[in-house]
Design a binder for this molecule. Structure first.
Ligand code: ADP
Ligand code: F6P
Length: 326
C-alpha cells in the first residue's frame, strides 16, 4: 500500500502557556528564525491558548524577535485557559488555526500545556512542545527552560538572607517556588548550605525534628539556621512563630515569590532554549506532530507527548540523601 502523504507545513504558530519562565523569549526567537530559514511562515499567538481562542494572532519575521534574547518573561504573553480544557474549546482552536492557515504550533509550557497540545494534534494541527517551566518538573527531560535562571536568582537572594541571619544569630525560613515540585528547594538547599530542606515530595511534617536540629546546632555554636521551605509546603510565617516559641531562637520567614520567575535568563537558559526552539521548528518542517523536545542523558532528543506524559518525575534519592549530610 502506498504510504499516506505527510502533511506539508507551510505556516506555523508559536505560543507560550502556563507560568512564564526566563528563556521563553530565546525559545520563541529560535522557533521564528529557524522556521523562516526552513522556508516556513510564522505567526505569534498571544496569551497562550486563550489568545488562540480570541484570535490574537500576529505575523512574525526576523525583526519581531530582535532584542528579545536577554529579556525575562515572554514577549507573547501567557495565560491559563479554562475553555481550552473542554472538547469544544480544542475543536474551536483547531478551526481557528485552519482559518489562519496555521498547520502546526510550537507550545512552550509545562505538562498542562502539553496536554492541550496533545488534544490539538488529535484535531489535525501538528504540535511540538518545549519544556518551559522554572519548576524542572517535566519527567521526560533533565532540563526545563527557566530553571537555571530561577535557582540562580533564588540562590543569590538566599545568600543575602543568610548574611543578616548570621549577624543576628537567627533562624531563617526561606520559601522558594514549587507548588508540587521540590527541585528549586533541593538545588538551593545544597547550593546555599541550608541546615534543613523541606520538599513537597519528602517532608513528613515532623516539625519537632527541625526544632531539635535547631537546638542541637545552637548548642554546637552555629550562628544561623537556614531552612529552605518549598511553596508546596508553605505556611512559612506560622512555622517561624512556632519554631521561635519552641526553640527560643529568633526566627524569621522570607517568601521569595515571583521574583524567581522573572529576570534576564542565564547563559544556559538562553543557549538550551535556543537549541530547543530550533529543533521544534525542524520537527514541524519534517511533518512531525505530538512530540516534545527534551534534554535527556546529555543530548537533545524528542518524545511522543503520550509517552512523555506517562513518565514520572522523582527527586533523585542519592542527591536528596547528600543534601541531608552536607
Ligand atoms: P503548565 O503548562 O505550566 O503545566 P497549566 O497546567 O496551568 O500550566 O496548563 C496551562 C494551560 O494548558 C491551561 O490553562 C489549559 O488551557 C491547558 N491545559 C492544561 N491541561 C489541559 C488538558 N488536560 N486539556 C486541555 N488543555 C489543558
Ligand atoms: O511556573 C511554575 C510556578 O511558578 C510554580 O512554582 C508555582 O507554584 C506556580 O507557577 C504559581 O503560578 P501562578 O502564576 O498561577 O501563581
Amino acid at each position: 500500500m502506498p504510504k499516506a502523504k505527510k502533511k506539508e507545513i507551510k505556516t506555523i504558530g508559536v505560543l507560550t502557556s502556563g507560568g512564564d519562565s526566563p528563556g521563553m523569549n530565546a525559545a520563541i526567537r529560535a522557533v521564528v528564525r529557524k522556521a523562516l530559514a526552513n522556508g516556513m511562515n510564522v505567526k505569534g499567538i498571544k496569551k497562550g491558548y486563550q489568545g488562540l481562542l480570541n484570535e490574537e494572532i500576529i505575523d512574525m519575521d526576523r525583526k519581531s524577535v530582535s532584542e528579545t534574547i536577554a529579556l525575562g518573561g515572554t514577549i507573547l504573553g501567557t495565560a491559563r485557559c479554562a475553555e481550552f480544557r473542554t472538547e469544544e474549546g480544542v475543536r474551536k482552536a483547531a478551526e481557528i488555526c485552519r482559518k489562519h492557515g496555521i498547520d502546526g504550533i510550537v507550545v512552550i509550557g509545562g505538562d498542562g500545556s502539553y496536554r492541550g497540545a496533545q488534544k490539538l494534534s488529535h484535531e489535525g494541527i501538528n504540535t511540538i512542545g518545549l519544556p518551559g517551566t522554572i519548576d524542572l518538573d517535566i519527567a521526560c527531560t533533565d532540563y526545563t527552560i527557566g530553571f537555571d535562571t530561577a535557582v540562580n536568582t533564588a540562590m543569590a537572594a538566599i545568600d543575602k538572607v543568610r548574611d543578616t541571619s548570621s549577624s543576628h544569630e537567627r533562624c531563617s525560613i526561606i520559601e522558594v517556588m514549587g507548588r508540587n515540585a521540590g527541585f528549586i528547594a533541593l538545588w538551593c538547599g545544597v547550593a546555599n548550605g541550608a541546615e534543613d530542606i523541606l520538599l513537597p515530595e519528602k517532608y513528613d511534617y515532623n516539625e519537632q525534628s527541625i526544632i531539635n536540629h535547631i537546638i542541637e546546632n545552637k548548642k554546637a555554636g552555629k550562628k544561623h539556621h537556614i531552612i529552605i521551605n518549598a511553596e508546596g509546603i508553605g505556611h512559612s510565617t506560622s512555622m517561624a512563630r512556632r519554631i521561635e516559641a519552641a526553640t527560643g531562637v529568633e526566627t524569621r520567614a522570607t517568601i521569595l515569590g515571583y521574583m524567581q520567575r522573572g529576570g534576564s535568563p542565564t547563559c544556559k537558559d538562553r543557549y538550551y532554549a535556543s537549541i530547543m526552539g530550533a529543533i521544534a521548528a525542524d520537527l514541524l518542517m519534517e511533518g512531525k506532530t505530538n512530540r516534545v523536545v527534551a534534554f535527556k542523558n546529555g543530548e537533545f532528543v524528542d518524545f511522543d507527548i503520550d509517552e512523555a506524559l506517562a513518565m514520572e518525575k522523582q527527586i533523585p534519592e542519592y542527591e536528596y540523601a547528600v543534601s541531608k549530610i552536607l
